[in-house]
Design a binder for this molecule. Sequence first.
Ligand code: NAD
Length: 260
Amino acid sequence: MTEPSGLTDLLAKSSKVLAFTGAGISTESGIPDFRSPGGVWTRYDPRDFAFGRFVDSAQVREQSWQMRRELLAGTPEPNAGHKALARLEQGGRSLGVVTQNIDGLHQAAGSQRVVEIHGTAREVMCIGPAPRNGTPAGCGFRAPVSWAFERVDAGDVDPRCPRCGGLVKSATVSFEQVLFPDTVEEAFGLAQECDLMLAVGSSLQVYPAAELPLVAVRSGARLVIVNDEATPYDEVADLVVRGRAGEVLGTAVTALLGMT
Ligand code: NAD
C-alpha cells in the first residue's frame, strides 16, 4: 500500500497524538464489529443484556456467560493497526489510546496507556447484590474472565462474588449502565490535551464516547479519521483516510518511524 496521503505528514507534525479506537480496528484480528456478517452480534442483541435485565434475571446472567465465551472465542491477536499505535507511543509521539473496545488487544500489542471507556471483557467484577440505576455497587472483587468460565463449567451457571455474595458481571459497560466516572474523566482530559486526534475504526455514533473527537477539535487539535465508511464527523476532520485500519496505520507509522 502506498503511504496514505497526508497522514504521515500530520503524524510527523504532532507530538501528542491520541488514538480513539472502535470495533473497526479489531475486525482485522477476526473480532466482528456490530455489522460483520455472521459475527457474534448477528446471534445476540446486546440490548438483551442491558444492565437492568442482567441484574433482574438469573436466566439473562446465565446466557450472558455463553455470549461472553463466544465473543472471546479463539485467541485473537493484535494486528498491524494495534501495533502501529503501540509504536507511536513507544516513539514518544503519543499520549496513548482511548478505546471503545473491550478486547484487550491494544495492551497485547504493547500500548502502555489504554483508557477503556467501555470497560474490559477480559475481567469480571462484583456489582453488589442488587445494584440500581445502572450503577454497579460492588465490594471491589475483580478476577480474570476465566474465573467465571471455570465456575460455569463446574455447573455454577450464575457465579456469585466469593467475598460478599453479590452479582458478578463482565467488567464491561452494558447498555443502560453508567460509564465508570474516573475513566470518562481521563478520556476527556486526554482529548483536551492532544494535538492530533486519530479516530480509527469507529462509526462515531455511540455517545458520550463519540464526543471525544469534537472535544479534541474544540481544544485546538487536528482530527484524522481512518475508517472504511463515512462517519458523521468527516466534515470537521482535517483528513479522512478511507481504508482498512491495519493497512493504513501500519503503512503510515512505518513511513514515519521506519521498519522495526
Ligand atoms: P461500530 O461497529 O459502530 O463501527 C465500526 C466502524 O469501523 C464501522 O464504521 C465500520 O465500517 C468500520 N470498520 C470495520 N472494519 C474496519 C477496518 N478494518 N478498517 C477501517 N474501518 C473498519 O463500532 P464502534 O464505533 O466501536 O461502536 C460500537 C460499540 O461496539 C462500542 O461501544 C464497542 O464497545 C462495541 N464493540 C466492541 C468490540 C471489540 O471490543 N472489538 C466489537 C464489537 C463491538
